[in-house]
Write a protein that binds this ligand. Structure first.
Ligand code: WT7
Length: 654
């Protein structure tokens, strides 16, 4: 089969095809009929308690939910340990010698850890952490490439009740420093380096830069990612090699019985201000939510080989590489590197080699695969696949149909899953054995989840577009923003009263009750499935001595979904040259990380402002999108905009 022609795609899309679940899939699915939705509606607490009952508690909860809007406590009185549920529970039974992690490094090295192996290593590292003075409630920062030690470190923290704060390995020294300092982490786990497109990313060097200004860090554990030629600075007394510490560590470590509401982790995510928020997740509810959704949405069976391609530095990796799948006793594939290394069929080669059955990735990746062409997929045997998932950004129907057809062989349901760092778990999604799929729609709220579309004023929209709201608490919801309880209330629960969660997303609901996600409606943009605050990028830009003012907006991008467009005014005496634009892009990379590198920088003498001095972002977005300009009557100086638009078109083709 050659690449589909546009005419073929047009046909598929014009049909508004729906895809009913294949009968043979339904016949052996975890969920086979939609009575589960009614069950959950009748008694949501009982529904969640059913899944909680499948986990191992050292003390059973007294009350499922204590809801004092906007503060929830789930499984009140219950005691549970996440590492026990992800490891001990399986290692002591028939899954003892089952592969828990199948890992591939980018250079081609491989490791397989059984549940028993993982259990022993996690317990040993938990003892290492204790020996370095880490106690229940202490925060531990983790800055690692996608290697098994990342999952091991997280689970070791969970075992002793330490709170992990994973920082994506692509973030800059300053980002790492700020995250460490915000939650006063006591210990950092990092590595000498990692691999990305054949290059070594010198993580320890970046970490050293951060560590120059992180007074709370007492010890640093350094994982050797096996390239002895890398020069690594080891500061005596502070820095310790992971493998040395592990040599003498006992693998007997009693798990800390955690209160269901004890903190499990903090994960920073971008918001509408310049400062990322530390999203707080607790233990019991988070585990129940990720366990239940992994089981039902990915239809997990004992023999599945499950691969979620996300980096563990993002929430997708926390919930659907580590906690959800391991709580289910699944075999999880992990791959360290880039999808096009050494060639553009790396993902398909991994699927073929390990017999992956369930595959979960992002629309950005799918659009890149489409661009690379089907010759890369056709060289590999993808027949082991039975279910596909998508996450992180809206999936356009064209990418959905391509995924369904060329990766799934028109045999695998595609689950488009909507959720957020804050929700902790998948919220809107098909259930593959029961839901009729529509390309581009995440379909229905997961059983027990209440979602609706509202107008700005708060009126419910039955059919049509508006703002997406969640109107009932759910077990793995965020419990707060670390160190900023007031922002938690203001940001998420204040628009329409204290019981309604504001997602920040626009969406529409169709006649069948299906949801279509349309993207962020706030000052957050989504670049290649990664969330970036426009204010963060603006702060990084104005941090440069030559910049007077900056305004950043998202514009659509064929592959990445959105790209970053920056409008910059320079200070007197600074020359707005092409070189300066490059310098500014690098400056943003240095401040935040490569994911925030602006795609376009347009220098301008003025930014369009209202008479009260507010930057008109809507107009800047229209300019960056090459759209006709709307109403400019509220502007202080409408001529600014016309000029800006002409310049942008000249520079970037409109
Ligand atoms: C934002 C959350 C959820 C894990 C990865 C991102 C967007 C996420 C979808 C989807 C349309 C989606 C939303 C959301 N988003 N999944 N299936 N369809 N949009 O987590 O970094 O917290 O970002 O990602 O805009 O608000 P995150």
């Amino acid at each position: 089969m050659a690449d589909p022609t546009h005419a073929e795609f047009d046909d598929l899309l014009r049909e508004h095809r729906t895809f009913a679940p294949p009968p043979d899939f339904t016949a052996r699915a975890v969920v086979r009929d939609d009575s589960i939705y009614a069950e959950a509606e009748r008694d949501p607490d009982a529904f969640w308690a059913r899944f909680a009952g499948e986990l191992e508690w050292s003390r059973r909860w007294d009350t499922v939910l204590d809801w004092q809007p906007p503060h929830a406590k789930w499984f009140v009185g219950g005691k549970i340990n996440a590492s026990v549920n992800c490891l001990d529970r399986h290692a002591r039974g028939p899954r003892r010698n089952k592969a828990a992690l199948i890992w591939e490094g980018e250079p081609g090295d491989r490791r397989t850890l059984t549940y028993f192996d993982l259990f022993r290593q996690v317990s040993a590292f938990a003892n290492v952490l204790k020996s370095l003075g880490v106690r229940k409630g202490d925060r531990v920062a983790i800055y690692l490439p996608l290697i098994p030690e990342l999952a091991i470190s997280m689970l070791a923290c969970a075992r002793i009740g330490a709170v992990h704060s994973v920082v994506f390995g692509g973030f800059s020294a300053e980002s790492l420093r700020d995250r460490i300092n915000d939650s006063k982490c006591k210990l950092l786990v990092t590595a000498d380096g990692g691999f990305r497109r054949g290059q070594i990313v010198a993580l320890k060097q970046v970490a050293d830069e951060a560590l120059a200004d992180t007074p709370s860090i007492e010890n640093v554990v350094v994982v050797q990612r096996g390239h002895a030629e890398m020069p690594v600075h080891i500061e005596e007394g502070r820095d310790h090699w992971y493998h040395r510490l592990m040599q003498d560590a006992s693998y007997k470590c009693d798990p800390e019985p955690m209160d269901a509401e004890d903190m499990l982790y903090i994960l920073y995510t971008s918001g509408t201000t310049g400062k990322p928020k530390g999203i707080v997740h607790t233990t019991g509810g988070y585990l129940v939510g990720t366990y239940a959704t992994t089981k039902l949405v990915f239809d997990l069976h004992e023999e599945d080989v499950y691969w979620c391609t996300a980096d563990i530095g993002w929430v997708t990796g926390h919930s659907y590489v580590v906690y959800g799948p391991l709580a289910n006793g699944a075999t999880v594939v992990m791959y360290e590197g880039a999808p096009d290394w050494p060639k553009k069929d790396r993902f398909w080669s991994i699927i073929e080699t390990h017999g992956v059955t369930v595959f979960y990735t992002a629309p950005t990746a799918i659009r890149a695969f489409m661009r690379w062409g089907v010759e890369w997929t056709q060289k590999r045997d993808l027949s082991s696949l039975r279910l596909l998932g998508s996450v992180g950004e809206p999936i356009n129907p064209e990418a959905w149909v391509w995924y369904y057809r060329f990766i799934g062989g028109e045999r695998c349901p595609v689950v488009d899953t909507w959720w957020q760092t804050e929700t902790g778990m998948i919220m809107i999604t098909p259930l593959p054995g029961v839901t009729t799929l529509k390309p581009g729609s995440a379909t229905r709220p997961f059983p027990g989840i209440a979602a609706e579309i509202r107008t700005e004023r708060g009126d419910k929209v039955e059919v049509g577009g508006g703002l997406l709201a969640l109107t009932r608490p759910w077990p793995s919801m965020l419990r707060g923003i670390y160190g900023d309880p007031e922002r938690y209330v203001r940001q998420y629960w204040s628009k329409w009263g204290s019981g309604v969660y504001v997602t920040g997303d626009g969406a529409k609901r169709d006649e069948d009750g299906c949801f279509w996600l349309l993207g962020r409606v706030d000052d957050v943009i989504n670049v290649a499935g990664h969330r970036i605050g426009t204010m963060e990028v603006e702060s990084a830009l104005v941090d440069h001595p030559g910049v007077a003012e900056a305004a950043v907006v998202g514009r659509s991008h064929e592959i990445k979904g959105q790209a970053i467009a920056a409008f910059v005014t320079v200070k007197e005496g600074t020359h707005a040259t092409k070189d300066l634009a490059d310098v500014l892009k690098e400056h943003v990379v240095k401040k935040i990380g490569a994911i925030a590198r602006p795609d376009d920088i347009l220098f301008t003498a003025d930014l369009p402002k209202t008479r009260s001095g507010k930057i008109m972002r809507r107009l800047l977005r229209d300019i960056a999108e090459g759209k006709a300009l709307g109403d400019t009557t509220t502007l202080a100086d409408p001529a600014v905009v016309a000029k800006l638009k002409a310049n942008y078109e000249e520079e970037y083709g409109g």
